[in-house]
Design a protein around this ligand. Structure first.
Ligand code: ATP
Length: 231
């Protein structure tokens, strides 16, 4: 079964003179356990596409199938899928600095249905935080951690619900080279847990480690990127 399939997706922002056609008929599938990199110049529509596929923005037109079912239009159902099917990782990490690592990582579990009890939430957070190598930091406040460590916290939070697809938007943009490499290793290791990864990136080093690279330009998919170098 294809995990996610988009056919002819379009997205228009604004109206009249402010109208922007951000996506123009994009078709893309993601298979279970696959890592797909999305590359293209700034403004070509990568974040927009990730937001449509991850159900954080409504499509203007086109078809989207998530886990074998047409993507729901009702917000309640979309919220459920966002929580159960997807994990999200952003460039800005979106970590609550004043909270502990444990509190940050349990956030998605607080919205899980059926409900997950407090003790179980903490146990799952502990396991996933240990799996990203931050077991020692469980009770530390996020503000006390380095950028790379915070991104590990964000990965732990993206994984705690055992998502089928992790959507990552420029997850290494704010990190130095060595830390970015570690984060990509961690991100791609999610495949061993059965998750797929869809990552928008400007960094060829990230893209070359994915199973497939999809190029984008001006709101459309273009031929797969070639000539990726590791320089
Ligand atoms: N909320 C919005 N309202 C209006 N236009 C928008 C909005 N969000 C994005 N756009 C426009 O849509 C186009 C695609 O933007 P998007 O952020 O998807 O590109 P991107 O490829 O992710 O860029 P970058 O690599 O710089 O993050 C751009 O022209 C952008 O200005």
């Amino acid at each position: 079964m294809v995990l996610l399939r988009a056919s002819g997706l379009s997205k228009t922002y604004g109206q009249g003179r402010l109208r922007v056609e951000a996506l123009r008929g994009v078709s893309l599938s993601v298979e279970p356990g696959e890592a797909v990199a999305l590359m293209g110049p700034s403004g070509c529509g990568k974040s927009t596409l990730l937001n449509l596929l991850g159900l954080t923005l409504p499509v203007t037109s086109g078809e989207l199938v998530v886990g074998g079912e047409p993507a729901p239009t009702r917000e309640r159902e979309r919220a459920r899928l966002r929580n159960e099917f997807f994990g999200y990782l952003h460039q800005e990490f979106a970590i609550v600095e004043s909270d502990t690592v444990a509190a940050n990582v349990t956030i998605p579990l607080e919205y899980a249905r059926p409900r997950v009890g407090r003790r179980q939430r903490l146990e799952r957070a502990r396991r996933v935080v240990e799996s990203v190598g931050l077991g020692w930091a469980l009770r530390r406040r996020a503000a006390e951690l380095s950028g790379g460590e915070r991104q590990r916290v964000a990965i732990a939070r993206a994984l705690v619900n055992e998502p089928s697809l992790v959507i990552a938007d420029e997850p290494t943009a704010a990190l130095d080279l060595a830390t970015a490499g570690e984060i990509v290793t961690l991100l791609l290791s999610m495949r061993q847990l059965g998750a797929s990864v869809l990552v928008a990136t400007h960094d060829p080093r990230v893209a070359e480690r994915c199973d497939r690279v999809v190029g984008m330009a001006d709101g459309r998919l273009v031929a797969e990127e070639t000539g990726i170098s590791t320089d």
